[in-house]
Ligand binder design. Structure first.
Ligand code: GLN
Length: 204
């Protein structure tokens, strides 16, 4: 596909806040498809992995047969944005996972699940995310993970005032601990598509 064509953005639709991501992308004018099959994985230009429950997304990805195709597209350079459970799915290593919990990998990081406590301890925050905007973006933390270790080649793009790392980028992969899509924040998605996805499409 040539670089000037409209990107088709997949939203992994196994579990989690699929609809909120799809609506955010559509509100920005992008074409989207809900990804549930290997054929879906092969036709998208990029993938968004929603928040939800990473252990469930992991299990369903194996049952639906999309795990291997997604891993192979990640290794092939497909841009992926993962939020919260989606970040966990992109992490090379997790702590606090359930028995036999697997991830797709791609980001050379370690994440600790449920680092901010229970659902009742959810909070909203205004955070600078490097590259996205000069001003803070508005996001929600809902049983999110924290990034406890980053490898060489991983760029930290967002931290809390406490210093905890909550956003990283490695090549075309972006992972954040928080949810922009549940509070009407669209700038992270726009940046992902306009910068990372269009770059990847122009370079292939
Ligand atoms: N606690 C969830 C998990 O470990 C993530 C929560 C979320 O995505 N909002 O998968």
């Amino acid at each position: 596909m040539a670089g000037n064509q409209t990107p088709l953005i997949g939203v992994l639709a196994l579990q989690g806040d699929v609809r909120e991501h799809d609506e955010t992308l559509r509100a920005l004018g992008y074409d989207t498809v809900l990804v549930r099959t290997p054929a879906d994985v092969s036709r998208v230009d990029a993938l968004v992995i929603p928040g939800g429950e990473s252990s469930v997304i992991d299990k369903l990805s194996r049952i639906f047969g999309v795990r291997e195709p997604i891993v192979s597209r990640i290794q092939g350079g497909m841009p992926v944005l993962g939020t919260c459970a989606g970040l966990i799915m992109l992490a090379h290593t997790i702590s606090g996972g359930i028995h036999d919990q697997q991830t797709f990998g791609g980001l050379d990081i370690t994440v600790a699940r449920n680092a901010f406590g229970s659902q009742a301890e959810s909070f909203e925050a205004d955070l600078i995310v490097d590259g996205v905007a000069a001003e803070p973006i508005h996001v929600a933390f809902i049983r999110g993970p924290v990034i406890t270790d980053v490898g060489r080649g991983v760029e930290v793009i967002s931290t809390l005032p406490s210093g905890q790392i909550v956003g990283v980028r490695q090549g075309a992969l972006v992972g954040v601990s928080f949810h922009p899509e549940v509070v009407g924040e669209t700038r992270l998605h726009r940046w992902f598509v306009e910068s990372l996805v269009r770059d990847a499409m122009a370079n292939r």
